[in-house]
Design a binder for this molecule. Structure first.
Ligand code: RIB
Ligand code: CA
Length: 294
């Protein structure tokens, strides 16, 4: 299986790429989008991960800002790199950018791929731009899996999940586009949690970055941390782990406390689905992708 990944390259995005590799899924291309950090830092994270983990997917620069709102990052939580650590950080990498126009690159791939699947792990700015600039290519998407939104409380504001809040207009456009959209929201991801006792034996840098990710939860007095982007990747590598049900997604674009909040209802006739069931071993499936080979 081949897939295209659109990402704002935090640690959980990197972890999702390791889940795809662990599951034998080939990544045909990576489009980068501002989100966890500004685009230059997202590119630096992508280059560093490519260098350290030996990823081969070409990197394409996408949107450096949301469609309409002011830029919003997660750096107040994740630090300047958009990625926390208990020690070491990703190295400097020098992987060349395959292009500066990720939407054109993704469109070209969609046109040539027989049954193209896209995994979106950040704000939906690039996907919205694809719909605007290359509608015929966007219409060829066979499946778009997105980690984003929340059918319950948010994580970046009280009501909104980060990827939705970082570009509500893009999420709204994608929700209305009629694409076969599978949403893996916060409520699904919150069913896949891990704590200190579940930390796997992994190579040093991965252990530092995973510990830094876990500390996002522990530092807030919680017993562990929800697993975000890797759960969305499981929809492609272990489809039995997630159950999806048809749900229309509605995104608030009112710039008040509801901005970016998502609601889901079963009345829609569209092709959007929501992950409503999560297997009990989902966290372990995600953690298995980080373990060193014994
Ligand atoms: O809300 C979690 C999502 O926001 C994840 O994709 C994380 O990487 C950030 O992009
Ligand atoms: Ca992400």
């Amino acid at each position: 299986m081949r897939v295209w990944v659109d990402t704002d390259y935090g640690f959980d995005d990197l972890w999702a790429l390791l889940v795809l590799r662990h599951g034998g899924v080939e990544v045909s291309g990576i489009s980068l989008v501002a989100g966890n950090a500004p685009l230059p830092q997202v590119l630096a994270n992508a280059r560093g991960a490519t260098a350290h983990y030996g990823f081969t997917a070409p990197l394409h620069a996408g949107a450096d800002r949301p469609l309409k709102r002011t830029a919003e990052t997660a750096q107040r939580i994740l630090g300047p790199r958009g990625m926390t650590s208990r020690g070491a950080y990703l190295p400097e990498g020098d992987a060349p950018l395959a292009s500066e126009d990720a939407m054109a690159a993704l469109a070209g791939w969609l046109i040539t791929e027989e049954a193209p699947q896209v995994l979106a792990l950040g704000p939906l700015t690039n996907i919205a731009r694809l719909i605007q600039q290359h509608p015929e290519a966007a219409a060829r998407i066979r499946r778009l899996v997105w980690m984003g939104g929340s059918a319950g409380p948010g994580n970046h504001s009280a009501l909104a999940e980060f990827n939705a809040l970082a570009d509500p207009e893009a999420a709204d456009m994608v929700a209305r586009a009629g694409l076969p959209l599978d949403v893996v929201d916060l409520m699904a991801c919150r069913q896949a949690r891990f704590g200190p006792a579940e930390m796997p034996r992994c190579e040093a840098l991965t252990g530092d970055l995973l510990g830094g990710y876990l500390d996002i939860g522990l530092s807030r007095g919680r017993d562990g941390m929800a697993i975000y982007d890797p759960v969305a990747a499981l929809a492609l590598t272990r489809p039995e782990a997630l159950e999806f049900q048809p749900r229309a997604m509605h995104v608030s674009t009112t710039p008040d406390e509801s901005y970016g909040a998502t609601t889901f209802d079963a009345t829609g006739q569209g092709r959007t689905r929501l992950a409503t069931g999560v297997a009990s071993n989902t966290a372990h499936l995600c953690l298995d992708a980080l373990k060193t080979d014994d």
